[in-house]
Design a protein around this ligand. Structure first.
Ligand code: CA
Length: 292
């Protein structure tokens, strides 16, 4: 039995990029187009928003009171009490039509984040990796909509989604160097199931994929390439998910309203909300980013 509930009826434009801060017991998530960081406190079951001056596309926990976020063209420290931003590194400042998209830390604490063309022109994006020493390396180019990062529990495989391809691609991963080798497609999302967006992984090494335009989360065995389970979500634009909670068995799921017509919005009143699915598996922990 899976128990699904709407925990924040936020009706945001484009909910995205959730991460789990075990120290503060809260889920961070963003509304990219609404330019807000959201902080959902599991203890008080309340959500608050911190406004930022530009697109905010991903968030990871850092030192106490601080998160690391990607804004349109860079990595920033954000003080969650005062809202104060401090730039760490910028990328693609000369590419006004691009913005960052999803981002996440690898098990060694490097922050990976990719970019996309705002108008979704294909192959304009890149995938970057920032070390704790603030060094930024371009790891892939010619990406369309960079999404869906996850690492296997033993950190020997990285999984990646470039949304329009409808594929999850696995790479052999060298944790000590952060390098990628031997790409192969491990999951193909069928055309009638929308597009793969954000994803996470559980302690058994199974992927949980959000379906943009597919109204569901799917669980996959990436070794066998086998669909294990589908969980319908009452919002067609499901964007990402992360495991959270004391037992790491609560899957928090972000959704979007952006681009839906009035009739669809009437049918999906909870679109743009934050959902929680109680699962019977343990998830992977969110890795925080700390400057070295
Ligand atoms: Ca996304």
């Amino acid at each position: 039995m899976r128990e699904l509930s709407l925990v924040v009826d936020a009706k945001v434009a484009l909910g995205e990029g959730p991460s789990w801060d075990s120290a503060r017991q809260c889920v961070y998530w963003v509304d990219i187009l609404g330019k807000n960081l959201h902080i959902y406190d599991l203890k008080t079951q309340t959500d608050r928003a911190v406004s930022v001056p530009e697109y905010i596309t991903s968030v990871v926990p850092s030192t106490p009171g601080e998160v690391i976020v990607t804004l349109q063209h860079g990595f920033y420290r954000l003080d969650i009490q005062t809202g104060r931003l401090e730039v760490i590194r910028t990328v693609e400042e000369d590419m006004e039509g691009n913005r960052f998209n999803d981002g996440k830390c690898d098990p060694a604490g490097r922050l990976w984040a990719g970019t996309m063309a705002i108008d979704e022109t294909r192959f304009q994006g890149n995938l970057y990796r920032m070390g704790r020493d603030k060094s930024v390396v371009k790891m892939m180019s010619g990406v369309s909509i960079s999404n869906g990062l996850a690492w296997s529990p033993d950190a020997t495989v990285m999984y990646y989604v470039d949304t329009p391809t409808r594929e999850v691609v696995a790479y052999d991963y060298q944790l000590d160097s952060g390098s990628l080798e031997n790409p192969r497609v491990v999951v193909r999302i069928p055309e009638d199931a929308g597009f793969p967006d954000g994803m996470t992984i559980d302690a058994e090494g199974m992927l949980w994929v959000a379906h943009w335009g597919g109204g569901r989360i799917s669980r996959w065995d990436p070794v066998e390439g086998k669909l294990l389970e589908e969980v319908p979500i009452p919002a067609s634009r499901v964007t990402s998910c992360v495991f959270a909670g004391e037992n790491l068995n609560e899957l928090y799921i972000t959704t979007a309203r952006n681009g839906l017509d009035e009739e669809t919005l009437r049918q999906e009143p909870d679109a743009g909300g934050l959902f929680r699915l109680i699962t019977d598996v343990k998830g992977s922990p969110t890795v925080r980013f700390e400057l070295g």
